[in-house]
Design a protein around this ligand. Structure first.
Ligand code: ADP
Ligand code: ZN
Length: 431
């Protein structure tokens, strides 16, 4: 039933293991330039970390620290010991680099294999990776995990939907790694080309790398007939394999033998109350090449309370609402793009793509949502279209508390990307 004995650790075992690994991690980290300096500034020595509570004495690490340490200021072992590096995709600015030793790659692969096994993938499954390879960690990260588990792995990479579908059909692919926006795009592509997505026979989809709602998951499962498992990771913490859904599909187990997680209030930097939403902060516990302490992910989530029916005691993360920098403020109201997605994906008339635009009308910030409408609803009757537009605007207002302008658009009218989707365009500065 379990791939790795670590999955069965009790809370007590987890704490004991975390403390010993945290101490080793601090010793290793102190060999890097960044942490040597940070420790000195805080008058902290690695041996001062004696209990898990001492974690709070360790300074945070930010994306800015990583950027300033470019290219190797966090390395804790000589470069000759490193076997790979990844550079983050830079969705939100200057990229950062993460180095791995052979041991790190081995750990990472086994964590990903553990995640895959937990969803029900087994040796004999044929796994197609539809995300880009290269520097994006979802490529090689998932690939190594699938091979480690003993699956046949197809390194298809991103884009070229026709070819993706041909390989899925020809090699009877049973499991996919896919970004949610691309899964929606394939759904569209199948509809336009008369392919029944269920006939593809895919059983399991590992869906992650960008935020998506429960409504999108249901939509994808309904269209493709697979089970979609939420997959969370970030380059700084290797990439995929940090937290993953089990077959209960209710929150993602974060592997606490490999990562130490905190949820903090991003303003006060204090831990939030149990079960409250805040910023996820992660510490690597097994990495030797480039350990990272108390990394502020900027991802917003919460620990789900109570035990999971699967029996694993590793803490569960709620769906990531978005990054703290995704927050849109319009007319004094805080809005996350995820709230808009959630409303749209629950509406049967709405197609598989949308775009949020922020613009200025005189001194006032406005929000416009461009919504793709399914072909069968795109009738010529203006009255019907206006009514639909009004319905969507009302539903959105109920959720986000401001009334957006809604534009209905046809299939393929909105930009699409091969990697993570760009859902928000901010035109306020330009105007
Ligand atoms: P970049 O930060 O340049 O996008 P990464 O590939 O490291 O580079 O992206 C990691 C980020 O992707 C995470 O910090 C998070 O914001 C987002 N992410 C990854 N998986 C998920 C998921 N399952 N749900 C929501 N967001 C996710
Ligand atoms: Zn579980």
């Amino acid at each position: 039933m379990y791939y790795d004995p670590a999955e069965t650790l009790s809370r007590e075992d987890i704490s004991r293991l975390q403390l010993s690994r945290l101490r080793t991690t601090c010793e290793r980290a102190a060999r890097s330039r960044l942490y040597a300096r940070k420790f000195a500034e805080h008058g902290l020595r690695p041996e001062d970390v004696r209990t898990l509570d001492d974690l709070r004495r360790i300074p945070f690490t930010t994306k800015q620290d990583l950027r300033e340490s470019y290219p190797d200021g966090l390395n804790a072992v000589p470069q000759e010991k490193m076997v790979r590096l990844h550079v983050s995709s830079g969705t939100t600015g200057t990229p950062t680099v993460v180095y791995h030793t052979a041991g790190d790659i081995c750990w990472w692969s086994s964590l990903v294999a553990r995640c895959m096994h937990m969803t029900g993938m087994r040796p004999g499954d044929v796994f197609q990776n539809t995300t880009s390879y290269g520097l994006f960690t979802g490529g090689l990260g998932m690939h190594y995990g699938a091979e480690r588990l003993g699956c046949l792995a197809i390194p298809m990479g991103a884009g070229n939907t026709q070819r993706q579908l041909k390989l899925i059909q020809d090699f009877k692919v049973t499991a996919l790694h896919i970004i949610p926006s691309y899964a929606l795009y394939i759904a569209n592509f199948c509809a336009l080309n008369g392919i029944d997505p269920k006939s593809l026979g895919v059983r399991i989809a590992l869906v992650g790398a960008e935020p998506y709602s429960e409504q999108t998951r249901s939509r994808l499962e309904g269209i493709f007939g697979f089970k979609a498992f939420n997959s969370y990771g970030l380059s700084e913490m290797n990439g995929p394999g940090v937290a993953f859904e089990c077959q209960e599909q209710s929150g993602m187990h974060l592997w606490e033998d490999a990562y130490l997680a905190e949820v903090i209030d991003p303003q006060t930097l204090e831990p939030v109350k149990p079960g409250e939403v805040g910023e996820l902060v992660l510490t690597t516990l097994c990495r030797e090449g480039m350990p990272i302490l108390r990394y502020r992910t900027r991802d917003l989530t919460r620990f789900l309370p109570g035990p999971c029916a699967c029996g694993r005691e590793h803490v569960r993360l709620d769906r990531i609402t978005g990054r703290s920098d995704d927050l849109i403020i319009i007319k004094g109201v805080n809005i996350y793009p995820m709230q808009i997605e959630q409303v749209l994906m629950a509406l049967p008339e709405v197609g598989q793509n949308y775009l949020i635009e922020l613009y200025r009308e005189g001194p006032i910030d406005q929000i416009r949502v461009k919504v793709e409408i399914k072909e069968e609803f795109f009738v010529e009757d203006m009255r019907a279209l206006n009514a639909l537009r009004q319905k969507i605007a009302n539903k959105l207002r109920d959720e986000i508390l401001v009334t957006p302008k809604v534009d209905l658009v046809e299939h393929n009218a909105l930009p699409k990307s091969e990697g993570k989707a760009q859902r928000v365009v901010d035109m306020r500065e330009a105007e």
